[in-house]
Design a protein around this ligand. Structure first.
Ligand SMILES: C=C(NCc1c(COP(=O)(O)O)cnc(C)c1O)C(=O)O
Length: 421
């Protein structure tokens, strides 16, 4: 029989049993309802004590890359993915590894990359971050200190790019670095005026899902491989760059656990990055280390079997992409990014596109502000200008809940049935 963990297990099972009609879920730390159990937290547009009611004129919210498409997977993996924390779990500031890492977690991150075949980590250093969001500025800091030249580093990215690169660099800029605009601004200019660029290269890219390469032959490149996992992308060769960023948010889907990592080749860059983490948050929550280790162990163990998360993710997103493509191709009003099928070394077969986001282009003059045109049709998307692209583009997140995706299709349907004015 269970010892001291019994009450924790009983409580967790009781909360998991709260019925939210498949349109929400209750959490252990949720607000308590009259029956003393946590309330159902409903998907967008659903309401009622059991989330069974649908608000009729509620907009489809496909704004953020909130990876809840994987929630259903973990509900199927309830037993293998649960963790009980003792009340005394890792209370210390210090951990069993160097620079606030835990040895088992770092080891399993390396195993995960090896079994997926998406990155080389041998002979490289790993730094944990509270989300890869924290590592974005940590790496800019670390790389801006590494070049000999006295002039500040210019941080750049190619359009369309993930907005946080510019927002963070502007927020945290110092005399050592600042936002230098887009690579196209520099590609033609005589780059002799600036020698040290720090270039962000997101591959596959957010928002368009395309493989990208550095443009400026920059002195330092941060490869953001947030989406270089089989859910979203064919796995070609293992990425083997000097600085690579990964986020567990887009692997297991636990964006809320705030866990990402950098794979760094140069020891000096590694040391400056760990110095940043030490001064900023003294490492990542050790509770998160335990939770993520458990999740990674499941993803490794289930590889190739019926519980393979990457098969689940690919199957889900491939189906969504083809449904959206079918709807969009029925009219001249919109177009989507063109993604081709590729041989994938993980699935060992040709695999169809299954991008995290649709990069939608509004083709009609009346819809030249694409974000606004969709907003009028009760669809909340993320506008092209946020990625420094034109307003004829807007991004649709395809990785939220099935309810969100179903509502998106429902709201898109009338748009593709209309005739151009
Ligand atoms: C959630 C979204 N992006 C997360 C993201 C991140 C940040 O993810 P974290 O959850 O902070 O690890 C980093 N890099 C890229 C390229 C990303 O797309 C989004 O674009 O809606």
């Amino acid at each position: 029989s269970l010892g001291w963990t019994g009450s924790a297990a009983t409580e967790a099972e009781a909360v998991a049993a709260v019925n939210c009609s498949g349109h929400g879920r209750a959490f252990l730390d949720g607000v308590l309802a009259g029956d003393g159990l946590p309330v159902c937290e409903c998907n967008k547009c659903y309401y009622g004590s059991d989330c069974s009611r649908l608000l009729h004129d509620c907009p489809a919210d496909v704004d953020s890359g909130d990876p809840l498409f994987l929630e259903a997977y973990w509900q199927q993996q309830a037993a293998s993915s649960a963790v009980v924390f003792s009340g005394w779990h890792r209370m210390s500031y210090s951990t069993d590894g160097k620079d606030y890492i835990t040895i088992e977690l770092e080891k399993h991150i390396r195993i995960l990359h090896k079994v997926v075949g998406n990155a080389v980590t041998d002979g490289k250093f790993i730094v944990f971050g509270s989300g890869s969001a924290q590592l974005i500025n940590a790496l800019v800091y670390a790389l801006s200190q590494s070049n000999a030249s006295s002039s500040p580093a210019s941080v750049v990215a190619s359009v369309p790019y993930y907005p946080l690169y510019k927002k963070q660099t502007n927020l945290f800029e110092t005399r050592e670095y600042g936002w230098g605009g887009t690579t196209s601004n520099w590609a033609n200019a005589s780059v002799s005026s600036v020698t040290n660029f720090i270039e962000f290269v997101t591959s596959p890219n957010n928002p368009d899902g395309e493989f990208k390469q550095p443009v400026l032959g920059s002195s330092a490149v941060i490869f953001d491989h947030a989406y270089y996992w089989p859910h979203y992308s064919p796995i070609l060769d293992p990425a083997d760059e000097d600085v690579m960023l990964f986020t567990n948010s887009k692997i297991s889907g636990h964006a809320g656990s705030r866990f990402g990592w950098a794979v760094i080749k140069d020891e000096g860059v590694y040391e400056r990055t760990t110095k940043y983490l030490s001064l900023n948050t003294v490492g990542v929550s050790r509770d998160t280390h335990l939770r993520v280790l458990k999740l990674i162990k499941v993803m490794i163990t289930e590889k190739g079997g019926k519980g393979d998360i990457f098969e689940f993710g690919y199957r889900t997103l491939k189906a969504r992409w083809s449904k959206l493509q079918e709807l969009v191709s029925s009219s001249s009003r919109f177009s989507l990014q063109q993604l081709s099928a590729h041989y994938c070394n993980y699935f060992r077969t040709i695999r169809d596109p299954s991008p995290a986001y649709a990069w939608l282009r509004c083709e009609w003059k009346e819809d030249e502000d694409c974000h606004e045109a969709l907003r009028k049709a009760s669809i909340i998307s993320r506008s092209g200008p946020l990625f420094e692209a034109g307003s004829q583009y807007t991004r649709l997140s395809l990785i939220k809940t099935q309810d969100d995706f179903d509502l998106l299709l429902k709201r898109m349907q009338p748009l593709v049935s209309q005739e151009e004015m």
